[in-house]
Ligand binder design. Structure first.
Ligand code: COA
Length: 325
């Protein structure tokens, strides 16, 4: 059964934190952040707002656009590394918040490429099972897991959510191919060490600030470029598609220098590579659906538009996808 993206939408908290605001929090500068990352501002969720709240707004907008009722959804997958709670999945909370009563619901923990991992699952489920509609969401409140005393990480991330309604209402395959990879041997380069079963919550964990995201930026950067390039090469080659046939490349928005390195390798003109990192920072699993939603609002996604996606993140995990809109 062919899969089709029926709609895309997004939601980002209104509260903006600019580089100039950050200059008052840690020893940094707008110049450093802009030059090294491309980020100018990011969105921060208000206290009391959880990942499922951002997911809810993005989901309801996507459902409305697709003309699909919440109760028609068969399954909900939320890609997130920053769930509302452990033990209860954010997807279950979202299911209740939107009233998708008959949907199964689970979270997908694959960090920044989580949304691409979700595409693979959605395609498999719709092809193989008696499933009509899947709600796939990428949603993060990274601001809650950042060490606001650590300038090497707190300037990089932001909050937001994006959602796809995926259905089997099509003659033509929409999710053409998805390639995924992982390498757990390098996990310590980007990790939140505390709060899980290995180092449960304790005063010691809090004192050591291990309940926050830690990253060895330079090493992550090198791996991100390498693995995203590999993911893009593999998916293009195995589908016999040349970069010039792609209408738009939507890379995970982690660093403008990573995006530029990929663009140069693909020899793509700037107007074919979607960039919004300046306004959102790195929103992990939400970055690709937020970008696609903005593209849709700008009228860039037409029936038949050929898209290439790629992402890399903690784990390490990485992936790429080719979608025909
Ligand atoms: N403001 C000012 N200076 C800062 C800073 C900040 N916010 N953060 C780091 N610095 C300093 C460092 O302390 C270092 O100083 P030193 O040379 O005196 O030691 C200097 O800037 C260079 O740091 P470095 O880490 O080498 O910079 P970088 O060019 O590698 O950029 C990142 C850092 C984090 C922006 C970059 O490595 C990166 O984007 N990494 C990958 C992120 C990614 O891909 N994530 C994907 C998965 S989510």
């Amino acid at each position: 059964m062919p899969t089709k993206i029926l709609s895309v939408s997004h939601y980002a908290p209104e509260n903006k934190l600019t580089n100039f605001d950050l200059e008052k929090i840690v020893e940094t500068s707008d110049e450093w952040i802009t030059e090294r990352t491309g980020i100018k501002e990011r969105r921060i969720a208000e206290p009391g707002i959880a990942t499922s709240d951002l997911a809810k707004e993005a989901s309801l907008r996507a459902l409305k656009k697709a003309g699909v009722k919440p109760e028609e959804i068969d399954g909900i997958m939320v890609a997130t590394a920053t769930p509302d709670t452990f033990v209860v999945s954010t997807a279950c909370t979202l299911q209740t918040k939107i009233g998708a009563k008959k949907a199964f619901a689970f979270d997908l923990w694959a960090a920044c490429p989580g949304f691409i991992y979700g595409l693979k699952l959605a395609k498999g489920l719709i092809n193989g099972e008696n499933i009509r509609y899947i709600l796939l969401v990428g949603a993060e409140t990274l601001s809650r897991f950042l060490d606001w005393e650590d300038r090497t990480t707190c300037v990089l991330f932001g909050d937001g959510a994006g959602a796809f309604v995926i259905g089997n209402k099509s003659e033509e395959e929409g999710i053409i191919d998805v390639y995924l990879g992982a390498d757990g041997s390098l996990k310590d380069l980007l990790i939140m060490p505390g709060g899980g079963s290995l180092k449960p919550c304790s005063y010691e964990i809090i004192e050591k600030r291990e309940c926050y995201i830690k990253m060895k930026g330079r090493e992550v950067f090198k791996n991100a470029v390498l693995k995203m390039q590999e993911a893009v090469d593999i998916i293009l080659e195995r589908n016999n598609i040349k970069p010039e046939q792609i209408d738009y490349f939507i890379p995970h928005q982690a660093n403008i220098r990573i995006i530029e390195a990929l663009r140069e390798r693909l020899k793509m003109p700037k107007e074919k590579v979607y960039v919004n990192i300046d306004r959102y920072g790195n929103t992990s699993s939400a970055s690709i659906p937020i970008a696609l939603s903005e593209m849709d609002e700008k009228g860039l996604l037409k029936k038949g538009t050929l898209l290439l996606l790629a992402a890399f993140g903690a784990g390490f995990t990485w992936g790429s996808a080719i979608i025909r809109w």
